[in-house]
Ligand binder design. Structure first.
Ligand code: AMP
Ligand code: MN
Ligand code: MN
Ligand code: MN
Length: 307
């Protein structure tokens, strides 16, 4: 990939020892900043990733790419490669699934027009969550969530943080269960991108579409197969086999599914904050043998540097 290649050239020029590395490169291809629901700035994220040994980091904020330019500059300084990315919210068969775009041209119009539409819906949804919580006897939620989201879009994570801080639940995990999911007072059904639409935007922007954390979707095995089939059919390239939210069993199950559907395998922590309930940046198991990594066609840092 040219963008990664260019970036790696710069990186290797600064840290020559990368070229001599015998170990496989450390990839983390799913991470968030405060432009969506993460806690860190892009520069802080990159510095933490580099400190944890990540050599290729993808920034994949929800429905927004505003953090990419700052992350690019920080990555050059830190001597690591930055893959411009995004995590698109998708409605598929009345459920929400997430599609990560890797190596996207963030200046692409189709992509940006699409993401802007999703952020408009997000904005309306945030107000609606606020109204519904108020009706359920919880005032002030939208104001507080907006304050928490000052640098980026409003996510359910911000409402969850408010509800915990205001004492409505013990932690973020239980707050989602009690207030923010289907059938609960603060739940608003999604009207996100179509699966084909999201993948279309990613491909229009020259990127690869990756189905994020497939083990997290609470769907039957039959439905999951339908999702993977459709995903592949409309141009999806890879699934996250290794994810911060996947168990060992999930990893092996999705490695098999990736192979049988002819999909590449990706690996990402889904890092949000230093107190993350999932994995820290770069602290991920290796892809199981038999997977074809999504980065296979990108070239290794050493070969990219030699070009
Ligand atoms: P949104 O895109 O605004 O609907 O928010 C979705 C985000 O909320 C996800 O990306 C996660 O970061 C977070 N989230 C969703 N479900 C949970 C959960 N059960 N526990 C903790 N965080 C969650
Ligand atoms: Mn999130
Ligand atoms: Mn996600
Ligand atoms: Mn994510």
């Amino acid at each position: 990939m040219e963008r990664v290649g260019k970036q790696l050239n710069g990186a290797v020029a600064q840290r020559v020892n990368l070229m001599a590395m015998a170990e496989p490169c450390v990839y983390d291809l799913h991470a968030h900043t405060f432009y969506s629901d993460g806690a860190l700035s892009p520069a802080e994220l990159v510095i933490r990733a580099a400190a944890n040994g990540v050599q290729v980091l993808a920034l994949t904020d929800h429905d927004v790419t505003d953090g990419v330019p700052e992350a690019m500059v920080a990555a050059r300084q830190a001597g690591i490669a930055l893959v411009p990315g995004v995590e698109i919210s998708v409605t598929w068969n009345a459920r929400v699934v997430h599609v990560v775009g890797l190596n996207i041209d963030t200046a692409n119009d189709a992509l940006q027009v699409g993401l802007a539409r999703l952020r408009e819906f997000r904005d309306w949804r945030a107000e609606e969550i606020g109204r519904r919580l108020a009706k359920a006897g919880i005032p002030g939620a939208i104001e507080d969530a907006r304050r928490r989201a000052q640098r980026g879009l409003v996510s359910r994570t911000h409402f969850a943080q408010f509800l915990v801080a205001a004492g409505y639940a013990a932690d973020v995990r239980s707050v989602f269960k009690k207030y923010l999911v289907h059938g609960k007072p603060g739940h608003v059904p999604g009207a996100w991108a179509g699966l084909d639409e999201a993948i279309g935007w990613i491909r229009a922007a020259g990127g690869q579409a990756v189905l994020a954390h497939p083990a997290r979707y609470k769907i039957t095995a039959t439905r999951l197969r339908k999702l993977l089939g459709e995903f592949r059919e409309v141009g999806g390239a890879a699934i996250e086999v290794v994810s911060g939210s996947h168990s060992r069993d999930d990893i092996f199950r999705f490695a098999q599914l990736a192979s049988s559907y002819g999909l590449l395998a990706s690996s990402g922590s889904d890092f949000h904050a230093p107190q993350n309930e999932y994995a820290d940046l770069g602290r991920l198991p290796r892809l199981p043998d038999g997977c074809t990594p999504v980065w296979q066609a990108w070239g290794t840092p050493a070969t990219a540097a030699a070009v």
